[in-house]
Design a protein around this ligand. Structure first.
Ligand SMILES: [Zn+2]
Length: 425
């Protein structure tokens, strides 16, 4: 009993110590400060971080109080941490779809803890978890928020809503195995889909993820068009919004994208075959596009190696010629383009490679950087908390060499990261 009590006291003390780390000011000497993508580099500065937030920003190097923790980044560029609106931290890449039968949801937390660190070290201080097995992402979210494990702030969807046997539900096994593996989030009809939204909300979802159309990596050769009916998608969007939640929809086919936007979905993920008509509807409804170009780069690297089943290989080849074209059209038509990668489909930590793919697709470096900071923050309704360096904002900071507004690839090598005032190392 005494021993147990001793452990409890020790645990209490360690919590108290890690809590008191925030009592000390952190003073950061910055070589070249970028407040946000719009304003650009402004030279040397001093940032004072207090209780996980940016308390002061001063030009040049100002003196530190005696008890402050000094962080010398005077040879580095410092800007707000990057935001990835589409990751799957709880999974690693691979085509072995049968692994669903052998790996429990709890394993996702372990994989996720590893990937949370890798992702934060790559400069991503906030990520949106776009679908995980059961509630593994919710435990991860708590782990990084409480500082139990190092990683980014996590906005988590939990399991995705799908049609029965559609992309995001189970398929490719015998019927009895499909039944055993189902997440409990497949739905049919407006009423049942509304119920699943409420169930996800009750379980702790920050956002509702749906698979609005067929997908590339599921074991079906039925095309990439709409899977939910209009009534089902409207019900999902209305119910989610009534709970204060946004909806992100995986969507490839043009008519499926158009239908999702009309139904009130907030962001279209992938948007691969978005045509002029679909993009005009998105523009009219204020729907943003999350292109996830890295997903296609990642899977294309695995083609012809026996990683994917034949039906999946064919779908990958079908999409590759079109990838990126919708981004240029979206820009021309004024559709907001926000940063998201689908990390987990490719190796976590390569997220920043998406920036150059966006530039190749027609964005300026400044637009690409804004998409991963201020615009992504806005898509999360967190534009007053993250996405720029300003007083009162969360101390989510990254340091590196060079100017990403000239060359976005400098963000592929990040030297130092802070999330909510905690240094990631
Ligand atoms: Zn995804």
């Amino acid at each position: 009993m005494k021993r147990v009590l001793g452990l409890a006291v020790a645990a209490f003390i360690s919590v108290a110590i890690s809590g008191s780390a925030f009592a000390q000011d952190q003073i950061i000497y910055v070589g070249n400060l970028i407040n946000d993508a719009a304003s650009g580099p402004s030279g040397p500065a001093t940032i004072i971080v207090r209780d996980g937030k940016i308390a002061e920003i001063n030009r040049g190097a100002t003196s530190a109080s005696a008890d402050a923790q000094v962080i010398d980044l005077s040879s580095k560029t410092v800007m707000a941490g990057l935001i990835d609106l589409h990751v799957h931290l709880t999974g690693d890449p691979g085509g072995d779809f049968w692994r669903e039968t052998t790996e429990p949801a709890e394993w996702g937390v372990v994989v996720g803890a590893k990937n949370a660190l890798v992702t934060a070290k790559a400069g991503f201080t906030t990520v949106r978890e776009a679908g995980s097995s059961q509630y593994s992402a919710f435990s991860l979210r708590r782990g990084t928020a409480d500082g139990v494990i190092p990683g980014p702030r996590i906005i988590a969807a939990g399991p995705a809503l799908a049609i029965v046997g559609g992309h995001g539900d189970v398929s490719g096994f015998t019927e009895d195995v499909n039944d055993l593996l189902t997440s409990g989030y497949a739905c049919t009809g407006a009423v049942q889909c509304a119920e699943k939204v409420r169930k996800a909300s009750r379980a702790g979802a920050d956002i509702i993820k749906i698979t609005a159309t067929g997908g590339v990596l599921s074991q079906q050769g039925r095309g990439l068009e709409a899977q939910f009916t209009n009534e089902e998608m409207q019900s999902i969007a209305t119910t989610a919004h009534s709970l204060g939640l946004k909806v992100m929809a995986h969507a490839h086919g043009a008519r499926g994208i158009e239908a999702a936007s009309r139904a009130g979905i907030d962001t279209i993920e992938h948007g691969t075959f978005a045509d002029e008509a679909a993009l005009k509807v998105m523009k009219a409804n204020g729907t943003a596009m999350v292109p996830t170009l890295m997903a296609f780069k990642g899977v294309s690297e695995g083609l012809g190696k026996g990683i994917y089943t034949p039906v999946v290989e064919e779908k990958i080849r079908m999409t590759l010629n079109t990838v990126g074209k919708a981004v240029a059209s979206a820009k021309r038509l004024g559709v907001p383009i926000v940063f998201g990668t689908d990390a987990g489909v490719f190796e976590h930590g390569r997220n920043a490679e998406e920036l150059q793919l966006m530039v190749d697709a027609g964005l300026t470096p400044r637009e690409a950087v804004a998409s991963a900071t201020t615009l992504a923050a806005k898509a999360l309704d967190m534009e007053n908390e993250i996405g720029r360096i300003a007083v009162g904002y969360s101390a989510d900071l990254i340091a590196f060499d060079g100017n990403p507004l000239d060359d976005v690839t400098v963000l592929e090598k990040i030297d130092w990261v802070m999330v909510r005032g905690r240094i990631i190392d």
